[in-house]
Design a protein around this ligand. Structure first.
Ligand code: FRU
Length: 519
């Protein structure tokens, strides 16, 4: 295997070469049973450079992706095709399709034309199931003569039988809501303005109805506050640069009314931006989406040579009651990776470590992960004896993930019991970029509450998916998620895991399970 091919993650979507940013036009083809993902792409440049087009990849299982080339390009080489969405116009409301054409593949893309300092909303449609598109003769379908008016996300609103578009007036900090009967004529309904953390720009909004589930996964149907509005802000995120915030609330087809004015983030890592949901999913109940796994603070400079950068895995989203503190609970967003349902990924060698092991300092566990190609999954569950935690000491349980046994190329992650925080240090990687770029924050953390407390013992768990240069962490069954890019010198895959504690007797491992994977 060449070192160049080693720089591509295996189950995270990357372009074979060139630039990638936001996911666009996500839709699931119910006829051919294929996930379609378009994305901001310039195959001829490894930095963001106009003309930006929509690259296109497809996948049967959401893990193994097949690049199909460019699907949407600017006409006459003028301007760029900025972010947007896809709908399946199965009822042919737009009249763009021949009645004989399969309703499950009547694909319409709604995107932003960025040309001569003005951003307009445009429509293209496909009569071959999403591979090639024609521009609609009525374009632009929405033009309000603004220079920052972009990223339309369109959904079908069953209750009012209308298409709903949310689109960002980025630098006026408004998410405008429009409705339409035919995708071609749009009526302004309301604006959701200056809410949450405004940052310095609103981008890539989305609005979606989302199931509220109980802890057994059953749907609770008695609340109308089952709409999710998400907005990407850049710059201005708390961790620096880019992040995706969300609001839960009601939507009546005209106005989105949030439940409260709190700011919440979809992912607490540093590399999660421009999240978007799929139009359709194989299981109607599920909301599925994905994000760009990078940050505008450094995306152009990450040290991959052939391509930049990748998207996250598909995530399933739902709302669920969360005990936020011992005295307060609320309905919160949960996300879990969608990947082991009919996945094409093979399990190479699962390794489970005996549960209930009390950890003694410097007598940790050592796991040899010798067969993976750089793709690992782990579940790690531990408990802390709260009465034994000493304030004066760093009480940490740590996992080191190394490329070789005695190497300075490693990730260090873990949990500290005094401050109840999970940490990641991605700076020990011998990579010049990681060590010198001041925005590629080396130490990051996520405040983590226990998922259970019983008789002075607190319980925590994390599910990790590590794929060459990207790490996705899902805490406490998806109550929190955090995504981080990292770069090892020479792109070496991880071969060793060490789990240790800085103190005696405080931490007990309830479960530690590694699976080495191959595609
Ligand atoms: C977000 C974004 C969008 C825009 C696109 C351009 O990352 O700035 O607002 O449509 O990228 O590539």
């Amino acid at each position: 295997m060449t070192s160049q091919s080693l720089e591509h993650p295996l189950i995270h979507l990357t372009p074979p070469c060139g630039w990638l940013n936001d996911p666009n036009g996500l839709w699931y083809d119910a006829k051919d049973e294929i996930w379609h993902c378009y994305f901001q792409n310039n195959p001829n440049s490894t930095v963001w450079k106009q003309p930006i087009c929509w690259g296109h990849s497809v996948s049967r299982d959401g893990t193994v992706w097949d690049y199909k080339g460019l699907a949407l390009l600017p006409q006459h080489n003028e301007g760029s095709v900025f972010s947007g969405s896809v709908v399946v116009d199965s009822m042919n409301t737009s009249k763009l399709f021949d009645e004989a054409f399969d309703p499950r593949q009547r694909v319409v893309a709604i995107w932003t034309q960025d040309l001569d300092g003005i951003q307009r909303q445009m429509i293209s449609y496909s009569v071959d199931g999403g591979y090639n598109f024609k521009e609609c003769s009525q374009n632009p379908v929405l033009d309000v003569n603004q220079s920052n008016f972009r990223d339309p996300k369109v959904i079908w609103h069953k209750e009012t039988e209308r298409w709903i578009m949310v689109v960002a007036l980025s630098q006026k900090f408004e998410i405008s809501i429009y409705s339409s009967a035919d995708l071609l004529h749009w009526k302004y309904e309301s604006g959701f303005a200056l809410r949450g953390l405004k940052g310095l720009q609103y981008e890539c909004p989305g609005l979606v109805k989302i199931p509220i589930l109980n802890t057994k996964g059953q749907e609770i149907k008695n609340s109308e506050e089952n709409w999710l509005l998400y907005i990407s802000i850049n710059p201005g995120a708390p961790q620096g640069g880019s992040a995706t915030e969300y609001f839960i609330g009601k939507f009546d087809g005209k106005v989105f009314q949030p439940t409260d004015n709190q700011v919440r983030f979809m992912d607490l890592g540093k590399d999660f931006y421009a999240f978007q949901t799929f139009f359709n999913s194989p299981d109607e109940k599920n909301v599925v989406g994905m994000a760009w796994a990078s940050n505008w603070q450094y995306a152009n400079q990450i040290p991959t040579t052939q391509y930049k950068s990748c998207l996250t895995m598909l995530r399933k989203l739902h709302l669920q009651k969360l005990q936020v503190t011992p005295e307060y609970s609320e309905i919160s967003l949960f996300s879990t990776p969608l990947w082991n349902e009919g996945s094409l990924v093979n399990l190479v060698a699962p390794k489970t470590i005996t549960p209930n092991l009390p950890l003694m300092s410097r007598h940790g566990l050592k796991i040899h992960l010798d067969r993976s190609e750089g793709l690992l999954e782990f579940t790690w569950e531990w408990s802390t004896e709260d009465m034994m935690v000493s304030k004066a000491e760093f009480c940490g349980i740590t996992m080191l993930l190394k490329d070789e046994e005695c190497s300075n190329n490693f990730l260090s992650l873990g949990f500290e019991a005094n401050c109840n925080s999970f940490f990641l240090d991605r700076g020990n990687t011998g990579s010049h970029f990681a060590q010198t770029n001041p925005f590629f924050t080396r130490n990051l953390s996520v405040d983590l509450m226990p998922y259970k407390v019983s008789q002075g013992t607190s319980f925590y768990k994390v599910h990790g998916i590590l794929d060459r240069n990207i790490l996705e962490l899902y805490f406490n069954e998806g109550a929190l998620a955090a995504t981080y890019a990292f770069f090892f010198k020479d792109n070496c895959p991880i071969r060793w895991a060490y789990v240790d504690s800085s103190v005696n007797g405080i931490f007990k491992i309830k479960e530690l399970h590694f699976t080495e994977l191959a595609t």
